[in-house]
Design a protein around this ligand. Structure first.
Ligand code: SF4
Length: 186
């Protein structure tokens, strides 16, 4: 079985990659994340992923365009509901490519994060599956949360401090300034 695996960042890839490999699933990584702001952060997360996929020789497709403007235009005036668009836009594109390029299914490393809305991601994944007639491969990768963190630290991978968009960056560091700091890698 070969699937297209949407990848949000390198640390979140570690555990899902292990599980899929153990199951004999042949996966190709797919980096499409116009929600990562600002550009230097986007570039850093992408470079970290490239470092990991080079080491592990994972096949990977990287969307060449950043997509910042389209992302911001889509969420402006609806910032409080932005995450649905964010999940949907990334999974739609993943499903489209998976269907168009002959993969047997698609999935996402977003299913690994304890900080994401797992139910929304799952529902959107199934919806995209119906829309594009390609199976959504669901796993609750969150069970490997601690293991993935440990491995990313051992590998000294860059670990981001906030989810991705400029709104999440503000929420993260405003909270921090109010003295509620913890490890908020997502
Ligand atoms: S908080 Fe995270 S999931 Fe929500 S819109 Fe921003 S980057 Fe996307």
């Amino acid at each position: 079985m070969s699937i297209l695996l949407h990848v949000c960042c390198a640390p979140c890839l570690l555990y899902p990659a292990r599980i899929l490999a153990n199951e004999g699933v042949d996966f190709t990584c797919y980096f499409y994340n116009p929600n990562i702001h600002p550009f230097r952060e986007f570039r850093q997360r992408l470079e970290t992923l490239k470092q990991l996929i080079d080491q592990r020789r994972y096949p990977c497709i990287i969307e060449p365009d950043y997509g910042l403007r389209d992302f911001l235009r889509a969420v402006v005036f609806g910032e409080d509901h932005r995450c649905s668009f964010c999940y949907s836009s990334r999974l739609t594109k993943t499903a489209q490519r998976a269907a168009g390029e002959g993969f047997n299914g698609f999935s996402t490393t977003l299913l690994y994060s304890r900080f994401q809305n797992h139910t929304a991601i799952t529902n959107i994944g199934h919806h995209c599956s119906d829309e594009h007639a390609v199976p959504f491969i669901y796993h609750d990768f969150r069970v490997g949360w601690e293991e993935g963190i440990r491995e990313s630290r051992e590998l000294a991978l860059y670990r981001q401090g906030y989810c991705g968009c400029i709104f999440s960056e503000e929420e993260r560091y405003n909270k921090q300034s109010q003295n509620t700091s913890t490890d908020h890698h997502v």
